[in-house]
Design a protein around this ligand. Sequence first.
Ligand code: UDP
Length: 142
Amino acid sequence: MAIERTLSIIKPDAVAKNVIGQIYSRFEGAGLKVIAARMTWLSEQEAGQFYAVHKERPFFKDLVSFMTSGPVMIQALEGENAIAKNRELMGATDPKKADKGTIRADFAESIDANAVHGSDAPETAAVEVAFFFPGMNTYAGR
Ligand code: UDP
């Protein structure tokens, strides 16, 4: 299995709930290493750019205002199969449909305030990690 890197964001709702540590424990328990991290409050421009693929979707405006409603914790995760593994830990986009024991089932309230973001494919992971951690491509990791 390949060692991959993926981008994770603990969204404003989960930061406000004070569950950063509990979410980090899940990453660690699944063998994912936090190799870079940054806590920040996204600007509208950053959130809009990050979610540009959803620009035409009806929920775009609300998504940007949610993502800028409070601080977020952004991390690059590394490990075997990290992209799929993180998506498994997260659960489905809609917490009502998320499997029991997933981050979204346990910590999220709704389809928009859904606790975490995770890259969904190698191509998006590369773009998203570089978006928040420019220079990571030169980081050896281990
Ligand atoms: N989203 C929303 N309403 C929807 C679908 C998505 O507010 O009907 C938000 C939600 O925060 C989601 C993000 O837009 O996490 C990106 O959507 P995507 O379909 O890429 O889901 P994800 O990859 O985050 O599971």
